[in-house]
Design a protein around this ligand. Sequence first.
Ligand code: GDP
Ligand code: GDP
Length: 480
Amino acid sequence: MRQRKLKEPAPVLATAALPVVAIVGRPNAGKSTLFNRLVRSQRALVDERPGVTRDRNEAVAQWGGRCFRLVDTGGVEADERPADELLAAVRTHTLRASTEADAIILLVDGRAGASALEAGLWRRLRSGHAPVFFAANKLDTAGLADQAADFFRLGVERVYPMSAAHGRGVDELMAEVVAALPGDSATPAVAAVDEPIALAIVGRPNVGKSSLLNRLLGEERAIVSPIPGTTRDAIDSLATFNARNYLLIDTAGIRRRPKVHEGLERASVARALRALDRAEIALLVIDGSEPLAEQDARIAGYAWERGRALLFVVNKWDARPKGEREERRFQEALAWKYPTLAEVPMVFVSALSGRGVDRVVPAVEALAAAHRAQLPTPRVNQVLQAATQAQAPPSVQGKRPVFYYATQTGSAPPVLTIFTSAPRLVQPVYERFLRNQFAAAFELHGTPLQLRFRPRRETQSLAPKRSARATRGDRGARKH
Ligand code: GDP
Ligand code: GDP
């Protein structure tokens, strides 16, 4: 089978090679506000869809010509834990970040003043290798900046008064932070970093998402910085597989207690849907030792409707009885029950033993290539012509639509716009037929190709003339 290739990434673009800036501090200090400000201030690397920065806690950011990985260690929710446990969690996160970071921003609530926690963090961080910048946040006006003086008591030589919400003092802080980063100050620029492909790993509880992720990261020797203990909706990590950058949106490691009225399963589905909103590709992990569950089909349907590329990772294949491990039969059973999901590609794995896991990344690459495919117009029109000749569109009240010309008008997922004499006359069954013809001709498995039908009036000129020739479904149908 012809394998479509993604464009080759330029060399030395792995996000793993970038220096790391960590934002640490207690809950409510304003870490995510600062994070979002720093990430939003440059072109969105992943995606322009709204909500994209909402749950993210790791991203590529740029300031003053320097590019770095920004990590927000936040996510400890004050109201879910006893105070001492909470402080212990903040300390753990902070110390972990300090071992991985090239520069650390210790963010404190400048209005609340210094507490024992900040004093302790400052002491511990100062003994690490990375430079630490003490930022007093929420000092929104010039008058409030004086409050930063309180922190000199802790033995801090320089306090950066700032307001993450309003942007005051952020330039001054960040100029110092990026100046302290190791490496060449001229490179790399953010534009040179290969844009990560956003990949959501979703599925019901206990299907093996965490196990799969660990396998993937271990076996591909990806360099990641997972942030343990977080209770946020999703944990984002930047990872590099086969010299290509991915933003892994992982809903697996979350151990947030569901609200009483929500079941664990329902809560996890809701989380999966939110993760899908931010992803380009969905890895839907399913438990291969059981039949496909309604919830699986629901997540898959949602991903498909939202235009996400989809891969089924059928896990726990080892747990199936020996005589029932024929992959084709599993595929057929699923296609029979859920015809709309019949063309979603599948890989069969055992995250437990590692078997088959090496097929996941190539499958993702093929999927990304199909999702971002550029379909040459002449070939699109050949396929349209062949399809309408093989099977004419059904007539409605004695009239049949005539198809003139088709061209790609969108990517990720691919969109084909087809100009026709009468969009209203195109029946859903015929639309499905055409869709399948295009999907087969261009090997668009796993990406939800969309067709749009537009009216074409005779007076409207369509470029180029030669290709605008009518492709008639029924030679006799057009009135002269
Ligand atoms: P995190 O828990 O450290 O990530 O803190 P958040 O970024 O979620 O912010 C906690 C609260 O402080 C939110 O209500 C923010 O709107 C608020 N906040 C953050 N930065 C500022 C600031 O510069 N000024 C003021 N007045 N409020 C801020
Ligand atoms: P998650 O809730 O989706 O993240 O699932 P986990 O990764 O925590 O796995 C749930 C359980 O399934 C654990 O007990 C795993 O050891 C087990 N498990 C995961 N993958 C496999 C597999 O491939 N085969 C078998 N037999 N068990 C697995």
